[in-house]
Structure formats: structure tokens, C-alpha cells
Design a protein around this ligand. Structure first.
Ligand SMILES: Nc1ncnc2c1ncn2[C@@H]1O[C@H](COP(=O)(O)OP(=O)(O)OP(=O)(O)O)[C@@H](O)[C@H]1O
Length: 364
């Protein structure tokens, strides 16, 4: 089932929860809605489900407008963060629930239901728990049962709202791999909401980045990571350092003195002396020892305030000596291979020079 989201807007009182959101989801795709808390992800999911109505715009399923379609007629399966399994029902009865609630004319026989529930429990690899009650399951097991229950009625669309949000990091990681494999087997058009960028990038075919009720960027995980469309996306997807400076005719200057850094920004060759921001990932910073008076050595001069070696990576925290380069008081973070860090023999308190290998410049 394909889903077209056309110019959806939604206000709650004076608050604009969604502003003119448009998005096409292909049949069989797994799409992540990613963004900070309060950006409108859940509201959009609820509108797609029919649990909430939009003030403006339309949702089309397979080209058909769903505006007048009740949630029950949309053939949508849900899984929420706070798994709403029925506590007084066994796992088997929870999964069978949707099938038993079908109108008599379309309700399968108990024999068929039994087979189907066992197949679904097999699919989520928990057949052995059929007789247990929700309170006797781990959080991860409950979410897998919730998914089996959502799939029982053969939805054409699966909507997942922070399905693994309440679980610990290790279980989340296992479950997201498992969700991806399950999706590859079933190909149900699926949308899941998350504020965890790693989860979105790892699981989804495409990621929709949202901020303050608007779509900032839509693309494959690789596209949004490699080519963030806006400063917001750059900052939201992973750690990033922000440097301030000025752009002029295809070059950005960071820092004032002769050893200031010049970054080539051919994409801004038309710009005349404008305020600019450079975004640089910690692993894209080269770090060398500072040599006073060496004018060949251009870069951001900073003091090493803290160094942590975590496995193969050394994480360095640095304070720029020229506060105008970064936001005042802002720590710069660099990541270099631990081996390299040991060879350089840096110590906390050393003055170092940072040069970005890769930067993305936005002009104000
Ligand atoms: N029924 C409601 N009445 C008033 N305001 C609401 C209602 N539902 C949501 N909002 C507001 O709309 C905004 C978007 O909410 P939404 O739940 O869609 O955000 P979200 O991106 O899913 O956030 P989170 O990740 O925290 O769940 C929030 O500021 C929220 O307070």
C-alpha cells in the first residue's frame, strides 16, 4: 500500500503542530520519522492512522483519499512505546484478539486462528511463550508480542510509535535489527517514529527529518548523513562542531589572526563578506601540536582540556584560544585513532591546532 501525505497542517489552539507536511511513501517501504521531542512526529502518525484529523490536507492510501475512512477501515496495525498488551490475557489470546473481534462474516474459525497465532508467534520467535501472561515477559518480548498482535489482522500499513523507546540500549539494538529482518520478509509498508538518529539510520529505507512541525529533509540514511540539507539536520544527526566566521567569494575565514583558517567553499562563490557557519564532525578534524610563529600551520588553535581513550578511539575536548572561532565557551570535540593519540604524546593542557578535513558551510 502506498501512502501520499498531501499538505497536512494541524494546530492545537495557537500551536502549529504540523505545517504543510507533504511526503510520498512507496508500497513496501520502511520509513522513519525522526526529530526532536515535540516536532510533530506522533501527530503525523496519528493522522495517517485516522486517530486524529488534520486541519488541512489529505492522506491517500493507494491513491484513494482516506479523509472519510474510519480508523477501523484503514487496515492499519499499530505498535506503541508503552505496549498495551491486555494484562489479563495470555500471549496467545492477545495475538488472537484482533482476529476474534472481526465481524462474524470475515472471522476465521478457531482452528484457523490457532494456526495463525502460532505462525505469528513463530515469526517473532516467541512461540514458546504462548501460555504466559504479559507480566511474565521481558520488555523486549512484550514489544515483539505487540508486533505479532498488530500483524495478526494482516494490516496493509504498520505504524510504530517509538516501539523500542522504553527498552535498554542493548535490547533496542537487537530489536531494531530484528525489525529490519522482519520487514524484509513481510514488506508491509511501515512508518516508525523515533527520536534516536542511530535507530532511524540503521533500520529505515528512508528517513524523514522533522523539526517544529515541518519536514527538513527526506532521503536515504546515506543521503541525509552525507548531505544534510540544513544546519538543523547537521546538528541533529550525530555530534558536530560549529565554527563561526565570514564567507567571501568562495572562501570562509575562521579566526582573526594570520594563522586563521581558510576553508574553500566554492558553493558560496557569489557571497560577499557574509556571516557563515562551518559544521565539522569530530572525526573530520585533524589535530597537530601547535608551533608558535609557524605561519604555514593554519588552523584553529585550542587547548586540550580533556582526553578519553575509549577502545580504538581517542576523544579530545578542546577549548579554542580565539573565542570568536567557536561559540564562546564552547568545547570543540575531536576524535582520532587511539593509536595516533598515543604516538603524538598529547597531554592535557597542550596547545594544539585543528584543521577540518571536511566541513559543511552555511551562510547566514
Ligand atoms: N492533543 C493535544 N493538545 C494540545 N497539544 C498537543 C496535543 N497533541 C500534541 N500536542 C503538541 O503538539 C506538539 C507535537 O506533538 P507530538 O506528540 O506530535 O510530538 P513528537 O514529535 O511525537 O514528540 P515526542 O518525541 O516527544 O513524542 C507538542 O508540542 C505537543 O505538546
Amino acid at each position: 500500500m502506498s501512502i501520499e501525505i498531501r499538505h497536512i497542517s494541524k494546530d492545537f489552539g495557537n500551536f502549529h503542530a504540523l505545517r504543510d507536511v507533504s511526503l510520498d511513501i512507496e508500497s513496501g517501504e520502511l520509513v522513519a520519522l525522526l526529530g526532536p521531542s515535540g516536532c510533530g512526529k506522533t501527530t503525523l502518525l496519528r493522522i495517517i492512522a485516522g486517530l486524529e484529523t488534520a486541519d488541512q490536507g489529505h492522506i491517500l492510501f493507494n491513491g484513494q483519499d482516506t479523509t472519510d475512512k474510519h480508523v477501523r477501515e484503514r487496515n492499519v496495525g499499530f505498535v506503541f512505546q508503552h505496549y498495551a498488551l491486555f494484562r489479563h490475557m495470555s500471549v496467545f489470546d492477545n495475538v488472537a484478539f484482533g482476529l476474534r473481534m472481526k465481524p462474524k462474516a470475515t472471522r476465521p474459525s478457531e482452528t484457523v486462528i490457532k494456526q495463525k497465532v502460532h505462525d505469528l508467534l513463530g515469526l517473532v520467535q516467541l512461540d514458546w511463550l504462548a501460555d504466559r501472561y504479559p507480566s511474565q515477559l521481558s520488555g523486549g518480548q512484550r514489544q515483539r508480542i505487540a508486533l505479532a498482535r498488530a500483524l495478526a489482522v494482516e494490516p496493509q500499513v504498520l505504524l510504530l510509535d517509538e516501539p523500542f523507546g522504553a527498552l535498554d540500549a542493548k535490547v533496542r539494538k537487537e530489536l531494531r535489527r530484528w525489525l529490519r529482518r522482519l520487514h524484509d520478509d513481510l514488506h508491509v509498508t511501515s512508518i516508525f517514529v523515533t527520536h534516536d538518529q542511530e535507530e532511524a539510520l540503521e533500520v529505515a529505507d528512508r528517513v524523514v527529518l522533522m523539526n517544529t512541525g515541518k519536514v527538513e529533509q527526506i532521503g536515504s540514511p546515506q543521503e541525509v548523513w552525507d548531505h544534510p540539507a540544513s544546519p538543523f539536520v547537521y546538528g541533529f544527526l550525530g555530534d558536530v562542531n560549529l565554527f563561526h566566521g565570514r564567507a567571501h567569494e568562495g572562501e570562509m575565514l575562521i579566526g582573526e589572526d594570520q594563522q586563521g583558517l581558510r576553508l574553500a567553499t566554492p558553493e558560496h562563490s557569489e557571497v560577499q563578506d557574509s556571516k557563515a557557519f562551518a559544521y565539522v564532525r569530530p572525526h573530520d578534524l585533524d589535530v597537530q601540536r601547535y608551533v608558535p610563529g609557524n605561519f604555514e600551520q593554519r588552523g584553529i588553535v585550542a587547548k586540550l582540556t580533556r582526553a578519553m581513550v575509549i577502545g580504538p578511539i581517542a576523544r579530545l575536548e578542546l577549548l579554542p584560544l580565539d573565542a570568536s572561532a567557536a561559540g564562546s565557551g564552547d568545547i570543540i570535540e575531536a576524535q582520532i585513532p587511539a593509536q595516533h593519540y598515543r604516538e603524538l604524546e598529547f597531554k592535557e593542557g597542550d596547545t594544539l591546532v585543528l584543521t577540518p578535513r571536511r566541513a559543511r558551510v552555511f551562510v547566514a
